[in-house]
Design a protein around this ligand. Structure first.
Ligand SMILES: Nc1ncnc2c1ncn2[C@@H]1O[C@H](COP(=O)(O)OP(=O)(O)OP(=O)(O)O)[C@@H](O)[C@H]1O
Ligand code: SF4
Ligand SMILES: [Mg+2]
Length: 428
């Protein structure tokens, strides 16, 4: 995607005249590599679904370009567009709404085949059973109706339908949001397994940031129609740069008392995309806001393996109240020029497990290294050991400098109470 934009006119009155514009998506650029997952996150209304609809051809972009395997999708002829539509499929949030209750599963799964390939009856049956097997459903599921399945099984049917035409990209718009936690893990495992077997790419949209961090190779964070941070999943989730990303991950993931992470609490509502704030759209809610933030729009710049749109990372920036924000070595660039290959130094894809004991394991032990051949088995355990070592050294250094325990433990000691245990945040 390059400078992808979608503005919706707001029409009012008898004549339907356009009186305002909703800037749903405002010039975003990103790449998704073959066999890779891009996680797209952000608060409600930031433009995630509109982005996915433009990729699926359900909305015509107002500006920008979509390129698929080198071709400009918006300029494709009829036959080429048909090929593109076969190659890009979708799985939506609600498996109850996305499956026709009057059709048997065999008909639902075979629908894309019937429309595009018209196979013979025996071939059609063979393909349906193969697809059901691929998503872990028994053969007898073919003759049942959607209401005879649980939510997780229905989502498997939706995934089987999406796989029918051997797509190269699947848009997953909140595919597990409607499922309970244990079923979520099963469906996410299935998606990761299918990616490893078939080499399909995913655009993974979700509000569950632990799931996004675990499933994605890269993560893009959107705020009011713009990408504000983009980088390797492990880096963005554990060392976010943009204040908005920090706030998102701080709100979504459990607190680690040993972590040096800054926890920012977001206040206020997301402003309306009808009238976004000037300069940096995030400035009315940002704890680090500076005078230039309300007048000057920050561009995406490379900073330590991330692309981040924030004046804190501009050369010579005033670092505001945060002393721990890394100094920038960035070269100013236009957002359109910042592409995934610039992050190639970011190292392995499929981000490491989040370093919190309470984060549910979404994949069986060792599965991540199987999914990513460049990641040797045992690498996750080794990284966790190294991270624990770094934390121990940091604590020892702080004690030597007279820093003592962290603020939560100091407050607890001041009140004469037993300090909260370090291991589980006091919930045990
Ligand atoms: N057809 C439309 N006409 C006018 N405005 C629209 C239309 N579709 C979406 N919008 C607006 O565009 C903005 C982005 O909507 P979108 O559905 O992409 O958000 P989202 O990030 O997917 O949110 P959520 O997380 O709640 O699904 C919203 O302000 C929405 O009201
Ligand atoms: S540009 Fe300014 S307001 Fe925007 S996120 Fe950075 S510090 Fe905050
Ligand atoms: Mg949405």
């Amino acid at each position: 995607m390059e400078g992808l934009t979608k503005h919706f006119p707001v029409r009012q009155g008898m004549l339907g005249l356009s009186t305002a514009t909703v800037r749903a998506v405002d010039g975003i650029s990103f790449d998704i590599g073959a066999g890779q997952t891009l996680g797209l996150v952000g608060e409600s209304g930031c433009g995630k679904t509109t982005t996915s609809k433009m990729i699926l051809g359900l909305e015509r972009p107002t500006g920008g370009a979509i390129r698929f395997q080198g071709e400009d999708v918006l300029a494709l002829g009829r036959e080429a567009l048909k090929r593109y539509r076969k190659a890009v499929q979708a799985v939506f949030q609600d498996p109850y709404a996305s499956l026709d209750p009057r059709m048997r599963v065999a008909t639902i799964v075979a629908e894309p085949l019937d429309i595009n390939e018209r196979p013979s009856a025996p071939e059609r049956r063979r393909r349906v059973l193969e697809l059901l097997d691929l998503v872990g459903l028994p053969q007898r599921a073919a003759d049942l109706f959607p209401h005879e399945f649980s939510g997780g099984q229905r989502q498997r049917v939706a995934i089987a339908r999406a796989l029918a035409l051997s797509p190269r990209l699947i848009v997953l718009d909140e595919p597990v949001s409607a499922l309970d936690v244990s079923i979520r893990a099963q469906v996410l495992n299935l998606l990761a397994d299918l990616q490893a077997r078939l080499g399909v790419s995913y655009l993974f949209i979700a509000h569950d940031l632990a799931a996004v961090a675990h499933m994605s190779h890269t993560i893009a964070v959107m705020y009011l129609g713009k990408i504000v941070e983009w980088g390797e999943a492990g880096l963005v989730s554990t060392e976010p740069k943009h204040p908005y990303t920090k706030a998102l991950f701080a709100a979504a993931l459990p607190i680690d008392l040993d972590s040096a992470r800054e926890d920012i609490v977001l206040s206020g509502e997301v402003p309306s995309p009808l009238d976004p704030p000037s300069g940096c759209h995030f400035h009315p809610r940002c704890p680090y806001v500076m005078p230039r933030c309300s007048t000057e729009e920050p561009l995406l710049r490379a900073d330590a393996g991330h692309l981040v749109a924030c004046h804190l990372y501009s050369p010579g920036a005033d670092k505001g109240p945060s002393a721990s924000l890394a100094p920038s070595t960035a070269v100013p660039r236009n957002a359109r020029d910042c592409r995934a290959d610039e992050l190639s130094s970011a190292g392995p894809r499929h981000g490491p497990a989040l370093p919190y004991e309470t984060t549910p394991r979404l994949l069986p032990s060792g599965a991540a290294s199987q999914l990513n051949p460049s990641r040797p088995p045992g690498a996750r355990r080794q990284e966790a050991g190294e991270a624990a070592g770094r934390r121990r050294r940091r604590r020892r250094g702080a004690r030597r400098r007279g820093g003592g325990p962290g603020p939560a433990r100091r407050r607890a000691r001041g009140r004469g109470a037993r300090p909260p245990p370090r291991t589980c945040g006091g919930w045990h």
